[in-house]
Write a protein that binds this ligand. Structure first.
Ligand code: SAH
Length: 296
């Protein structure tokens, strides 16, 4: 039997023996380890994050962290919540950094756990810089970001050779909560085939209008995925001109990842999806994913 080894070389694989065993990094007391919790599904937590959580004395976590993941902490570990709650303003960034510095000085092993990837619209860098300035040892490990995993979860690849060679990640609001002023909409509309939006539900109408004004077609496909990778995940396909109205009609709320671009339609081919609007609107309970695919 002949194999095309340029395409598929599984025959050459060997199982790593004891010499190749992966050494988990040691978690020294006093270290603050910044790790991502992924988008929600506990299976999307990295092995580094799991290792860190299992050893941590203190875990300081944000709002968008699935509490199931905290169940992996060792007994007696202290869990500190540092996100928004009940509409109250979030703690000041400096307060969180000061708290992390104080825990480090008590010689604790501190995990700073943030949703998704800590360095993607997550203010991870601000915290690392504050810690380093205070002389605190820090380690930062990437996580699985919602903008990629949330799309994959509903059968939308963030890139596909036939549709896009570029992708832009964009935040739907700036520090003041309004639509970011610094964005070059014309540049993005012309230069990026696929646009992935975080935190964009509040300003969705304005953002879609900006993209159309900057040259994108009002009929261009848009996917909105809320609670991606979680049992209550919901996905909707719409268009730039209808996105805001459809989001309101189906009462879609944050957290949501929004994707604009030709790759959206691939969910029909890749789709491990429940193509059912009935389940969310009075029909039988959804099995795992409830999708309201209006497009096509
Ligand atoms: N650092 C995170 C993003 C933090 S900003 C990451 O890398 O994923 C918070 C935004 O992330 C939310 O407003 C939403 O746009 C997105 N988000 C996070 N978790 C999500 C989820 N499970 N489903 C959909 N969107 C999610």
């Amino acid at each position: 039997m002949s194999h095309d080894h340029s395409r598929f070389d599984s025959e050459t694989w060997t199982v790593p023996g004891p010499d190749h065993e992966f050494q988990f990094p040691e978690f020294m007391p006093g270290l603050v380890w910044l790790v991502g919790a992924g988008p929600g599904d506990p299976g999307l937590v990295t092995v580094h994050a799991l290792n860190a959580l299992r050893q941590a004395d203190i875990v300081v976590h944000d709002a968008l962290v699935n509490s199931q993941i905290l169940g992996w902490c060792k007994p007696g570990a202290r869990i500190v919540y540092s996100g928004k709650r009940g509409g109250k303003p979030s703690p000041q960034q400096t307060d969180i950094s000061q708290q992390l510095i104080a825990f480090s000085r008590q010689e604790r092993r501190v995990v700073r756990l943030k949703g998704g990837d800590p360095f993607v619209f997550g203010r991870g860098a601000e915290e690392v810089l504050a810690l380093l300035e205070a002389g605190v040892p820090v380690r930062a490990t990437a996580g699985v970001t919602a903008g990629i995993a949330g799309l994959a979860s509903v059968g939308i690849p963030v890139t596909w050779r036939e549709t896009n060679q570029t992708v832009t990640f964009l935040t739907g609001h700036d520090q003041s909560g309004s639509e970011p002023q610094s964005i070059n909409w014309k540049g993005i509309a012309a230069g990026s085939q696929v646009i992935v939006l975080y935190m964009a539900m509040k300003n969705l109408d304005t953002i879609c209008q900006r993209l159309v004004a900057a040259g994108r077609s009002p009929d261009e496909a848009v996917a909105i995925v809320t609670n991606a990778t979680l049992p209550q995940e919901t996905a909707l396909e719409t268009t730039l001109q209808n996105a805001a109205a459809d989001a309101a009609r189906y009462r879609l709320v944050a957290p949501a990842i929004i994707c604009v671009g030709p790759n959206v339609s691939l969910h029909r081919r890749i789709g491990m999806l429940t193509h059912s609007s009935a389940s969310r609107h009075g029909g039988p309970a959804p099995s795992l994913t409830t999708s309201i695919w209006l497009g096509g």
